[in-house]
Design a protein around this ligand. Structure first.
Ligand code: C6P
Length: 418
């Protein structure tokens, strides 16, 4: 990208960002007297009016419990809920709706796998491989499982660009490896991991592979059949959908063999005090009244993302990230944390002599929302020997002009503290 690049000459014709922004009511407000610039999309993304209206419609017209009533509202709610399952199936190209389990989010998905698959299949001495760049949601459930079973956690290290050291992964893979669980796109670094390679190598050792797709589904197309991963998890709220809802994909044969991890209503065929028979997939894993509105809202979010197009989104965001990276590196004393060759939508950085929290506060005064802290990835902070980073994370509704304002605000922060 040339030195003379300006905000305007980089707009990709693939996306009509100004029109898209009209769909996001929350973006059109001032914060601290300045137009809101929302750059905390990795924490949670904003919701288009189509998602808000789907939630509104459910509560205003169709609210009822699902799979239970014969009355019209219950039938409508059930139909919309199950239709959303089909949308998730298509979105990640699962082979069957039975393979889509609704959960609260990526965190709950991983805990479900650890407690149901892990406790059933792992024994003392078995090994679980994760990486140094995992979110705590893909560390702690495995530590808990290790405590419960005596299994051993092995870590794939990262290099100083924030890339997985694949050759080290190859070294720790062994016949003892039973589970490999890695993040698709890192929330703290933006690194896009070579998940296809990891899956293929793990399968050669008969290990199952879980992919944490929390940061991937908003930015890149996912095909679980092409990947051949065993499980894939993601959260709706990062995908422009509601909070408290997400999906777990699992291969049918694995899910069939796994015990339920929670018991209750809707996950049974028949209950007696002598013996209970569990429901078929996917209901075996959906105990209790689910987040019906959330599921319907997630379906609407998927429709919205599909209407924009993930290929166009990925291409646009790549330009935006390259532009932001180039401009950020012009800020004196700024060090990027995460310089992988393959990156998506995340600019994590520190600035000499300015604490990340001070950067966040100064930016907030300028109407700019970023996240500062350890991003629930403390081992990444340890690797880079920083207590925290400032993180700007982009979505397809962000603009090049917003990046310019961000950079001006960073210059201001630097001057205040120098
Ligand atoms: N990362 C962030 O600001 P939940 O909370 O279950 O929706 O997602 C957890 C999770 C799992 N994996 C990755 C890679 C993630 O980024 C997240 C959530 C947010 O980076 C909140 S800590």
């Amino acid at each position: 990208m040339s030195e003379a690049s300006t905000a305007n000459d980089l707009k990709t014709p693939l996306l009509d960002v100004e029109r898209i922004r009209q769909d996001f009511p929350i973006l059109h407000q001032e914060v601290n007297g300045k137009p809101l610039i929302y750059l905390d999309n990795a924490a949670t993304s904003q919701k288009p009016i189509q998602v808000i209206e789907a939630l509104d419609k459910y509560y205003q017209q169709n609210n009822a419990n699902i799979h239970r009533g014969v009355h019209t509202l219950s039938e409508r709610a059930t139909a919309d809920y199950e239709q959303a399952r089909g949308k998730v199936r298509n979105f990640i190209n699962a082979s069957s709706e039975k393979e889509i389990i609704f959960v609260r989010g990526a965190t709950e998905g991983i805990n479900l796998i650890a407690q149901s698959y892990g406790r059933t299949n792992l024994k003392a001495g078995d090994e679980i491989i994760i990486s140094e760049m995992e979110h705590h949601s893909n560390i702690v459930p495995w530590q808990m499982l290790c405590e419960q079973t005596g299994a051993i956690l092995k870590i794939i290290p990262i290099n100083d660009d924030g890339e997985l050291m694949v050759e080290e992964f190859e070294k720790i893979l062994s016949p003892k490896t039973k589970i490999v669980s890695v993040v698709h796109i890192s929330n703290a670094l933006g690194t896009i991991n070579p998940v296809q390679h990891i899956i293929d190598r793990a399968h050669e050792h008969n290990a199952i592979v879980i992919i944490d797709g929390a940061q991937a589904t908003p930015h890149t197309a996912v095909d679980v059949q092409a990947l051949d991963c065993d499980f894939y998890v993601f959260s709706g709220h990062k995908l422009f959908g509601p909070t408290g809802i997400g999906a777990l994909y699992g291969k049918t044969a694995l899910l069939e063999a796994m015990p339920p991890w929670q018991g209750g209503g809707d996950m049974i065929k028949m209950v007696s005090f002598e013996k209970t028979m569990y429901a078929d997939l996917p209901y075996k894993f959906e105990a209790g009244t689910p987040h019906i509105a959330g599921v319907i809202g997630l379906g609407a979010a998927i429709d919205y993302v599909n209407s924009v197009g993930l290929d166009a989104i990925a291409a646009y965001e790549q330009e935006l990230l390259e532009y932001a990276t180039e401009k950020a590196l012009e800020v004196k004393g700024l060090r990027l944390i995460g310089t992988a060759e393959q990156k998506a939508s995340i600019l994590s950085f520190v600035i000499d002599s300015v604490h990340p929290h001070d950067i966040g506060t100064i930016l907030d005064h300028e109407g700019i929302a970023i996240r500062t802290g350890h991003h629930c990835a403390m081992p990444v902070m340890t690797h880079f020997n920083v207590p925290a980073t400032a993180r700007a994370s982009f979505a397809f509704y962000n603009t090049f002009t917003e990046v310019d304002v961000l950079i001006q605000a960073l210059e201001k922060a630097r001057k205040v503290f120098s």
